[in-house]
Design a protein around this ligand. Sequence first.
Ligand code: GLU
Length: 286
Amino acid sequence: MSDPTSSYRGRLAPSPTGHLHLGHARTFWIAAERARAAGGTLVLRNEDLDAVRFRLDFVSAMLEDLRWLGLEWQEGPDVGGPHAPYQQSGRRSFYRAALGKMHAAGLIFPCTRSRRDVLEAIGAPHEEAGADDEPVYPREFRPARDAPLPPLEEKIGVNWRLRVPEGETIEFVDGNFGPQRAVAGRDFGDFLVWRKDDVPSYQLACAVDDAAMKMTEVVRGADLIRSTFRQILVYRALGLAPPRFHHCPLMTDESGVRLAKRHDALSLRSLRAQGTKPEEIVAKFG
Ligand code: GLU
């Protein structure tokens, strides 16, 4: 039960691009426990912007698997709430308004370079930069600060990037890992806020939603710490205060490889099919 006097708001933000595995389950369980301990509200947000990997059957599977595990949320796509819609595909107007604000403030620029151009310019082998992280955008590709900014098209056909404050140290205190810092332009570069296929980037959509849904704490996997620095800059660009952050250690398989959606044997679905009980899974998280 959430306590009406508690201001804590947390969220589960799964992407329907595969079946949830034990690593997701542990992170979501920690998020739910933190919300419960604070007597707060837990929100489920369906992060369904990835049109290439998105599948409708994964949406119902993830909700079902999380309920099976015993998690409960007070707001979400299946239960409604004051900040609906709770699926990102229905929230485009929020993202577009944020992009317009950044454009009006001159904080973004259009970029016609491909990922390959970027990797070549920094001399990185193509497979080096992980798919879930962006290579540092080369300084020489940046337009001059006073270069005239083309208008935002109705249907966007180029990548738009946020110009990071070169050399500035961005800091936050993680609820689990303690003080974190990264230097803009060195540890991460000008990052995508809108893609040329007219889809907002994860960084933009996530920060806009966490602010609009009034999150007080974001609990997620440690693989997203680098994204947090970028999202702090999205909040700043929009004149919004960031929430607190609590990153959870990632789970690895027996050979030390980080769990991914391809580890189907460790998916909640398979464990359930093999007769594992939710309480046996949760007992290992505590
Ligand atoms: N939807 C993202 C994922 O599944 C997580 C986003 C977040 O928690 O900020 O990887």
